[in-house]
Design a protein around this ligand. Structure first.
Ligand code: COA
Length: 179
């Protein structure tokens, strides 16, 4: 178990089975999932995905860190931030924030905390993020944190009824500067 990781505006903590309803408010919301690689999920599927995350968090060696984003000083899940190992000292980054909380700098703060954990504690060398071409908010988050655009992954995901490209961004360990 990872001890809570604290940022300026947010904290990251391990997801618990009781986070199902809070996660459903995010993954069941079309405003959020239209940018994700999956369609909106039912309450039952959201709970199952939380239970699966809890189960995977027990794997040793660990394959991912799928953490809850909370506002600093609060325990309620308002988003998630995940890194999943993908190759030698490399990981894929993903995140989402409940629509009612957008525009407060929460994602930037939470991803910054996760990157610090990834490069300093997990000793990763490379972190990538694959983001939809029509997702300027998410692209703004990674650009602000120093990621470089690598190129386009064509028809990368099938989501919301159609194939969608992704723009691939990456950040290397020596490029990471915590603000
Ligand atoms: C992407 C997401 C996580 C951002 O969360 P957030 O807490 O609102 O993010 P922040 O407030 O930290 O930063 C948002 C940035 O996007 C910018 N932004 C927001 N809407 C924008 C738009 N339509 N066009 C351009 N920039 C935009 C903001 O100005 C801000 O950038 P800045 O800090 O440089 O000014 C959130 O919008 C979300 O959950 N979207 C749906 C899921 C998703 O896209 N996940 C990522 C998949 S790769």
């Amino acid at each position: 178990m990872v001890e809570p990781l604290r940022g300026k505006k947010t904290s990251l903590r391990e997801i618990a089975s009781t986070d199902g309803p809070a996660l459903f408010r995010i993954v069941g919301d079309d405003r959020v999932t239209k940018f994700m690689s999956f369609d909106s999920r039912s309450r039952e599927v959201a709970q199952k995905s939380v239970d699966d995350v809890v189960e995977r968090s027990k794997a040793r060696p660990r394959t991912e860190y799928y953490l809850a984003i909370t506002c600093a000083g609060d325990d309620e899940l308002i988003g998630t931030c995940r890194i999943a190992y993908s190759g030698m000292q490399a990981a894929k980054l993903g995140y989402m924030v409940a629509a009612d909380y957008w525009g407060n700098g929460y994602a930037t703060d939470a991803v910054s905390v996760m990157l610090d954990f990834a490069f300093r504690e997990l000793d990763l060398h490379r972190v990538t993020a694959a983001i939809g071409p029509a997702n300027p908010a998410s692209q703004a988050v990674v650009k602000r944190l120093g990621f470089s655009r690598e190129g386009v992954l064509r028809d990368h995901v099938f989501t919301n009824g159609t194939w969608r490209d992704s723009v691939l961004f990456s950040l290397l360990r020596h490029e990471w500067v915590k603000s």
